[in-house]
Design a protein around this ligand. Structure first.
Ligand code: SF4
Length: 628
């Protein structure tokens, strides 16, 4: 892992920006360390015979009013200039982190006060703040360091607040809160480590700004004081004789620019490394693994969706993780197909891949992936937007909370059908009415949070109906809803199918829901389809049967313990060589553990991937036994 990170840095340094930043930084650091040792005496030597001279062979940048060599003084000033800029940046970032995190640990009123102070401070230009603090802390090096540090702090405090807010809503933060982790520990252990990288990038770039600010204060005479000198002070002294020896002013000026450039380029390089880590991990993961061919079966003429050998892979430090491993199926026009399986079986990723919603660095490959007769990769957004509808599990996160529901629905018709705003809104109201949202005209003017969960889900289906969908993909559309509303949503999907002639691909972990709604069912396990069967047919795969056995209904004997499938599905990067279900299967044999079964026809419109499919549900007879 450390080696891979190292190789990412090496690759970054090989880019033009990375190489420039590395060279400039090396020069600056070497000068800061070595220049005072080698040329400290030469820079301080007073020569009354060479006062105020211009550039010459003996003095490349000329001399100052005491005859001191300006070339050596510019080199020697590197240490103080860089050292003070880095010190001010460190204090500024530290103060910014404290200020930015205080509102999270203080009582609400005190936290708001801190936030308000930060907001006011951010509104002032940095240099103005630095001058203000310089007056407070006094003239001199120490005062200038504190002035620049405190001038930088509000911007970093705002950055920390923004970054913290971006991770505060994550599930692991909620889990830590629920488990009783205190605020300070939460910040230190869970929030700050997750915002460290962007902070470092900004601190590096901030050091360049601090360098400029320091030079500015010294130039104004409120920074470094004699006998010490930094580039700002040299610039000020050089400016006095600019008409006699312009190099005296230009040399420290150039040094400030080059050092500032070095900091900024280093910041860019660090930001680049942070940003390209995913690309690097993709390169490091090596070539994509070839999916095991999954026979597609006969593709009907009226297929609206054809998926052959679909694979979804994600690069990781240890190679590719393949959560969808060769999935093949087709959906006929107007057909309702359910995809069932436990969490992590790959069903939602399959739906996302079919909807072109897998984001980089994820990679989707397939021998054939066609929607309405067109390769999905070649379909335009407009085509997909009008003929493929997606219903997500949580409609609250699918709608923009800051926009009215009707406006969001209308946007589809404005974008894809070229309707005017008024006509699109009228269609939105019509579609909301079609999905049984009561008082649709009034509701269309409301925000998502004013809708109940079931109504939001209906509105989401209504959004899909703004076009003429050939396929509605519903990914766990009823999971977040209570049983009564679940039924309403499922009925609505069925009505949509009848009224619009749309095919439905219903993703669910609930096999009972799929049985009620769909005529065909794909059972997924560990990233593959293990059984494809009509919903009325007795299942033959031990996993499908185990799933059915775990469903609870009113006839379930409450005196008996609830049926469960022992064990857990394998992690996507730890799928065994043979049948992935073997470790949990009561029928597993040595062959199961060694060879991965292929999805093969088991009966009419029924395919199963199992070495010992159970032909009869009642007898538990295997196919081989039945044949005998
Ligand atoms: S192949 Fe073997 S282990 Fe896998 S489901 Fe069938 S019987 Fe069980």
């Amino acid at each position: 892992m450390a080696r891979r990170r190292g190789s990412v840095w090496v690759a970054a340094v090989r880019t033009p920006v990375g190489a420039c930043s590395a060279v400039l930084l090396a020069v600056v650091v070497l000068l800061a360390v070595l220049a005072p040792l080698f040329w400290g005496d030469a820079a301080a030597a007073i020569d009354t015979d060479a006062i105020g001279q211009g550039p010459s062979g003996a003095h490349w940048f000329g001399t100052d009013s005491l005859g001191r060599d300006l070339f050596y003084r510019t080199l020697v000033a590197t240490r103080l200039s860089i050292g003070l800029a880095v010190l001010a940046t460190a204090i500024g970032v530290g103060a910014g982190v404290v200020l930015g995190t205080l509102p999270s640990v203080l009582p609400r009123r005190a936290g708001r006060l801190v936030t308000a102070v930060v907001d006011i401070a951010v509104a002032f230009p940095g240099l103005l703040l630095a001058l203000f603090f310089a007056v407070i802390f006094g003239v001199g090096t120490q005062g200038a360091v504190l002035a620049i540090a405190f001038a930088m702090a509000p911007a970093f405090a705002r950055l920390v607040q923004t970054l913290s807010a971006s991770v505060a809503g994550r599930d692991f933060i909620a889990a830590a809160r629920v488990s009783g982790v205190g605020r300070i520990r939460l910040l230190a252990r869970h929030v700050l480590p997750n915002i460290g990288e962007p902070l470092v990038v900004n601190a590096t770039i901030g050091a360049g700004s601090a360098l400029l600010a320091f030079a500015g204060l010294s130039f104004l005479g409120i920074g470094v004081q004699a006998p010490d000198y930094d580039w700002g002070r040299l610039l000020r002294e050089g400016l006095d004789g600019i008409y006699v020896n312009p190099v005296a002013a230009l040399a420290p000026c150039g040094a400030v620019v080059l050092a500032g450039l070095a900091f900024n380029l280093v910041g860019e390089t660090v930001a680049g490394v942070v940003g390209v880590r995913t690309r690097a991990s993709r390169r490091a993961a090596g070539p994509l693994p070839a999916p095991k061919p999954a026979p597609a079966g006969a593709v009907p003429d009226d297929a609206v969706l054809v998926v052959e050998n679909l694979q979804v892979a994600f690069p990781g430090p240890g190679g590719w993780t393949v959560p969808v491993r060769g999935v093949s199926f087709s959906v006929r026009a107007g057909e309702a197909i359910g995809v069932v399986g436990e969490s992590g079986s790959g069903k939602s990723l399959t739906a996302l891949a079919v909807s072109r919603l897998i984001e980089a660095p994820g990679v989707v490959t397939a021998d054939r992936l066609e929607f309405a007769g067109t390769p999905l990769a070649a379909a335009s957004d407009r085509e997909l937007g009008t003929s493929l509808a997606m219903v997500f599990q949580d409609p609250m996160t699918s709608f923009n909370p800051a926009r009215r529901v009707g406006g969001q629905l209308a946007e589809v018709s404005e974008q894809h059908h070229g309707l005017s705003r008024r006509a699109a809104f009228a269609r939105a109201v019509d579609r909301l009415a079609a999905v049984r949202v009561p008082a649709a005209a009034r509701r269309a003017r409301q925000y998502p949070h004013e809708f109940s969960g079931g109504m939001r889900q209906r509105a989401m289906i209504g959004m899909g109906l703004m076009g003429q969908p050939k396929l509605v993909i519903a990914d766990e559309p009823t999971t977040a809803l209570d049983v009564t509303v679940q039924r309403q949503v499922l009925r609505l999907l069925a009505r949509t199918r009848e009224a619009e002639g749309a095919a439905i691909l219903l993703i669910s972990h609930d096999i009972a829901v799929v049985s009620q709604t769909c005529e065909r069912m794909l059972v997924m396990y560990a990233g593959r389809v293990v059984e494809d069967l009509p919903t009325g047919s007795p299942p033959q795969h031990p996993y499908t049967r185990a799933l059915l056995a775990t469903t609870v209904d009113l006839d379930t004997d409450r005196d008996e313990p609830l049926a469960v499938i022992p064990g857990r599905p394998p992690e996507p990067d730890q799928v065994p060589a043979g049948c992935a279900f073997a470790a949990r299967c009561p029928l597993a044999t040595d062959r199961c553990r060694d060879e991965d079964p292929v999805l093969e026809p088991a009966a009419d419109e029924h395919r199963v991937a199992c070495w010992h499919p159970q032909v009869s549900v009642l007898s538990g007879q295997s196919r081989e036994e039945g044949a005998a």
